[in-house]
Ligand binder design. Structure first.
Ligand code: AMP
Length: 216
């Protein structure tokens, strides 16, 4: 199955994608995670990504396309993928359609997670992440362990992402409204979109996504 998890930054796409990986037996493809890995490597490309990411802006489509192309060619994605944070523009959605078409596939479902802006700000500014394995925490709901060691990998670098400040979140939300929301119409015209509330417990939201994808 090829599933797009859609929604504003901070809607919980990444968290939910991780739950769905086991269920659907396809990998999560997060362009944001791939860009952060590139940035961490210190490469020229990573520096380029950083210019946009730290300003809350979208990385240009041509750079994103290169990333997604090489990721889709990896063997683990041969039966499908959960796209998290991609596509974020109509041009990216069209490019993804073309890439999948070459592989004899198409997007099967788009689940749109709906979360109001005030809740997004609360979530994102409280988010903390393990630099070693990507495990996320929230200072109020799922605080990092007091000994500072990540529950998943034991790493000790649990930090706030530099683009998780309120100022950058507001900027990212503006970008979402202007450039990303129109992607929904692209998929809606194909009858693929199911909207679910992204507010509630993690389990409740996973259940709603399962129902919307017809797998649970
Ligand atoms: P995320 O982790 O998905 O919230 O992405 C973090 C940041 O990476 C975004 O605010 C963008 O600057 C950049 N980014 C991630 N995915 C994309 C994409 N598909 N298109 C453009 N920029 C992206």
């Amino acid at each position: 199955m090829d599933l797009v998890l859609f929604g504003p930054p901070g809607a919980g796409k990444g968290t939910q994608a991780k739950f769905l990986v086991d269920l659907l037996e396809v990998p999560q493809i997060s362009t944001g995670d791939m860009m952060r890995a590139e940035r961490k490597s210190g490469s020229e490309l990573g520096k380029k990504f950083d210019e946009y990411m730290s300003a809350g802006k979208l990385v240009p489509d041509n750079l994103v396309l290169d990333l997604i192309k090489s990721r889709l060619m990896r063997g683990d994605a041969k039966n499908g993928a959960i796209f998290d944070g991609y596509p974020r523009t109509v041009a990216q959605a069209e490019a993804l359609d073309a890439l999948l078409d070459e592989l004899g596939r198409e997007i099967d479902r788009v689940v749109s997670l709906e979360v109001p802006l005030h809740e997004i700000i609360e979530r994102v500014t409280g988010r903390r992440v393990c630099l070693d394995c990507g495990q996320t925490y929230h200072v109020r709901y799922t605080p990092p362990p007091q000994n500072g060691e990540c529950v998943s990998c034991g790493g000790t670098k649990i930090v706030q992402r530099s683009d998780d400040t309120e100022e950058v979140v507001r900027k990212r939300y503006e970008e979402y409204k202007a450039k990303t929301e129109p992607v929904l119409a692209h998929y809606d015209a194909k009858g693929l979109v199911r909207s679910v509330s992204g507010v509630g417990s993690l389990e409740e939201i996973t259940q709603r996504i399962k129902e919307a994808t017809g797998v649970g």
